[in-house]
Every structure is written in structure tokens, then in C-alpha cells.
Write a protein that binds this ligand. Structure first.
Ligand SMILES: Cc1ncc(COP(=O)(O)O)c(C=O)c1O
Length: 411
């Protein structure tokens, strides 16, 4: 290479580095100014009920392990046995040679849990939403999305190229008003979570299904937080509302109540076959490790065999609702109860202070801020689990009510 060319390329590299460092500095400064700087909490140890952070053991009210299955003896024993024989990785995409008996067994177990003929496992719930929506929808199609849908659904919808219409959160009338705008001949996908991840509200599924059927729209339900928590046996929202088989596409995650990692679609064999051919996040990503599949299968079998964790979760939910009612004017009496409760604080900096106060008392909770929730709508997210004791639930409610009284006094 000529000297002048070398100089030119060196100049380009330095210019790129300079602009990268400027970019990084401005990203951090922007987050700091808005009170939105995030850190990964340095967790030193985690057991069924607690996390150790900065040398302190705290009751963990921030996890999605709603049934405590990630520490259930039956699940741990099955995984320990399988770990002696299984490789640590799938080492390639499912479509190359990353498939395994354990993944196929897991898909049979998911199909049974969700009462569908077929299921398909992805490396995560995020992969599942991206792969599924982008495989099914393209420019010219219409996607109707609940205003409060999860980031993985929002990103998938944007990436698909379809026209998006947002309907008001859990509002069937707004859904119907938007469906009226869709041309008759267009493919139309309605996408909603069933239990919303931020505030635990539940989609009015009977009404949504009735409207989708009337307008010939396809319904995709994200059951990330409903799987293992809703319905008599924890199968999810269709079981809760007695609507077996009425949703076209059921999506779920394995990293929450099902004690592992991964995501899935449950539906018809034609649907899973189409996704196997077209979902790029499945085709071009390493398959879930077989041991994670074993853990999820063991969790599903435990859920279906042992009703105790779900019963205990429901007792804890009722206890928390009663304690909060006794101590505050927050109304948590929902028609369908879920393990997620929002404590709405508003200001981004105040929510961090509120969380720090709870940490001081020995409780770890999640502080949700923009962009997880809208600007100025910061909240503490309380997630209950079957492993929490009555004492820790009662004591948490007491400390939250102190925070709320102080906030009311100051405002
Ligand atoms: C509603 C919802 N959908 C999808 C996901 C993504 O799942 P995963 O964590 O398995 O990627 C999440 C995770 O937080 C979620 O809450």
C-alpha cells in the first residue's frame, strides 16, 4: 500500500474511534441527566428466596421464578442426573446439528402443557417474538399491538415492515376501532401480552377473541408471565377463561415460571413448520442447550403433577392484597390475580430512592423506568413467588405502605 493511502486509512480509523468515544460519552451523559443510568446489580449469591448484593442478603421480590421451580427438589435432581451425560452446548443451530432428544421431548411437553398439536422452541423469548412476527408479517400487512406490549414485541413489529396500529391498553373498543381501519383483504395480526410484564394486568381475552374472530384477524398471545401462573393448573390464559384452543399463536418463555431459559410457540404443526423454514432467529442462532431443555421439561412435569407451588403462590398473592388493603388506599383487587404488582411512584429519581429504602429494610425489588415504562411513570415492580414466607410478604407490605405514606405527606 502506498504511504499516502496508509496515512489516509490511519486517519479514518482515528476519526472513527474519536466519534465512537464521543458517542459513548454522550449516551452515558444523556442517561445520567435523565436519572436513567443503569447498572447491573452485582449479585454475589442467589437461593430460592434471597439474593446477596453488596454483602447483604435481601428477600428477592424481583424475580420471575413465580413458583420457585428453579430450586424445586424434583427439578434440581433431574438436572443433576442429566448433567453427568449431556454436553454443555448445542454447538450449532437446530437446523445444522444442534437438535437433541431433550429439545424434542421439551416440545412434546410444551404442546401438552398448552394443549396444542405442536410447539417449537427458540433460544429465548426475545428470539421467539422477533422470529415469529418477522416470519409471518411483511410490508402490506397490518399488526394491531396493545400500547403496553413488551419491547421484544415492539422490536419485532418494527422489524417486520408491517403497518402498525396501536390500540389502548386492554381496551377491546379501541382494538375494534383500529380493526375497522384495516382493509378487508389484508393479513392482520393482533398481538398482546396476556399478563402484562410491568404491572401484572390481564388482557380481556374473551372479548379480544370474540372481536378477532368477527374481523377474521389472527391472534398472537404472549404468555411469558401467564404460563405457570394463570388457570386452574397453570396452563395459562386460555385455561383461566375456559377458552381452550381459541388463540391462533401462543407464545411463552421458559426463563420465568418454567425455571430455565428459552422461548416457544405452540400452535398447529403447519405453523411450527412455517416458522422452522422462515424464522431467522431460529435458523441463524445456536439452539438452546440440552440441559436447559431438561430443566424446562422437569419444571413442566412438576407444575402438572404438584399443585402445591401454585396454591402457595395464590395464598401469597391474597395475603399481599389483604395487607396492602389494610395499610394503604391502593386497590389491588383485580378480577384475575397475578403475581405482579406495580407501586407507581412517577419520578425516575424518586423510584430509585424508594427502592433503596426497601433495600435498607432487607427487600430487593425492581425499579422500572423509561423506556421500560413511559417517562414520568416510574414504578416499583413487586413480583411474588411461592417460596416467599408469610412473614416476608407481610413485612414487605408494611414497608411499602410507609414509603407511600411518606410520599403522600410530601406531595
Ligand atoms: C412479555 C414478555 N415477552 C417476552 C419476553 C422475553 O423473554 P426472554 O427473557 O426469554 O427473552 C419477556 C421477558 O422479560 C417478557 O416479559
Amino acid at each position: 500500500m502506498r504511504d499516502s493511502n496508509k496515512k489516509f486509512f490511519r486517519y479514518l480509523r482515528t476519526a472513527a474511534l474519536k466519534s465512537l468515544s464521543q458517542r459513548i460519552t454522550s449516551l452515558i451523559a444523556e442517561a445520567k441527566n435523565l436519572g436513567l443510568l443503569r447498572h447491573i446489580p452485582q449479585v454475589e449469591k442467589r437461593d430460592a428466596e434471597t439474593v446477596k448484593i453488596a454483602g447483604r442478603t435481601l428477600f428477592n421480590f424481583a424475580s420471575n421464578d413465580y413458583l420457585g421451580l428453579s430450586h424445586h427438589p424434583a427439578v434440581l435432581e433431574t438436572v443433576a442426573k442429566a448433567a453427568k451425560e449431556l454436553p454443555t452446548s448445542s454447538s450449532s443451530s437446530r437446523l445444522i446439528c444442534g437438535d437433541s432428544e431433550q429439545l424434542r421431548q421439551l416440545e412434546t411437553d410444551i404442546a401438552e402443557l398448552k394443549q396444542r398439536e405442536s410447539s417449537l422452541v427458540f433460544p429465548s423469548g426475545y428470539h421467539t417474538n422477533i422470529g415469529t412476527i418477522c416470519a409471518l408479517c411483511r410490508k402490506g400487512d397490518f399488526i394491531l399491538s396493545d400500547n403496553d406490549n413488551h419491547a421484544s414485541l415492539i422490536d419485532a413489529i418494527r422489524l417486520s415492515g408491517a403497518t402498525v396500529l396501536i390500540f389502548k391498553h386492554n381496551d377491546p373498543e379501541s382494538l375494534e376501532a383500529n380493526l375497522k381501519k384495516v382493509p378487508d383483504e389484508a393479513f392482520c395480526l393482533v398481538v398482546t401480552e396476556s399478563v402484562f410484564s410491568t404491572d401484572g394486568s390481564v388482557a380481556p381475552l374473551p372479548k379480544i377473541i370474540e372481536i378477532c374472530e368477527r374481523y377474521g384477524a389472527t391472534l398472537m398471545l404472549d404468555e411469558a408471565h401467564a404460563t405457570g401462573t394463570l388457570g386452574e393448573t397453570g396452563r395459562g390464559t386460555e385455561e383461566q377463561f375456559n377458552l381452550k384452543g381459541r388463540c391462533h399463536i401462543l407464545m411463552g418463555t421458559l426463563g420465568k415460571a418454567l425455571a430455565s431459559l428459552g422461548g416457544f410457540i405452540a400452535g398447529s404443526p403447519e405453523l411450527t413448520s412455517a416458522l422452522t423454514n422462515r424464522a431467522r432467529s431460529l435458523i441463524y442462532s445456536t439452539a438452546l442447550p440440552p440441559l436447559s431443555a431438561v430443566a424446562a421439561s422437569a419444571a413442566i412435569r412438576t407444575l402438572l403433577k404438584d399443585p402445591a407451588p401454585l396454591e402457595k403462590l395464590r395464598k401469597n398473592i391474597q395475603l399481599f392484597v389483604n395487607e396492602m388493603k389494610k395499610r394503604t388506599d391502593l386497590d389491588f383487587s383485580r378480577k384475575v390475580q397475578t403475581p405482579i404488582f406495580p407501586i407507581r411512584i412517577g419520578d425516575e429519581r424518586e423510584v430509585i430512592v424508594a427502592r433503596a429504602k426497601l433495600i435498607e429494610k432487607g427487600f430487593y425489588t425492581a425499579a422500572l423506568r423509561y423506556p421500560t415504562v413511559p417517562k414520568g411513570a416510574a414504578m416499583l415492580r413487586i413480583s411474588l413467588s411461592a417460596v416467599h414466607s408469610e412473614e416476608s410478604v407481610t413485612s414487605l407490605a408494611a414497608h411499602i405502605s410507609e414509603i407511600i405514606s411518606e410520599k403522600n405527606r410530601l406531595s
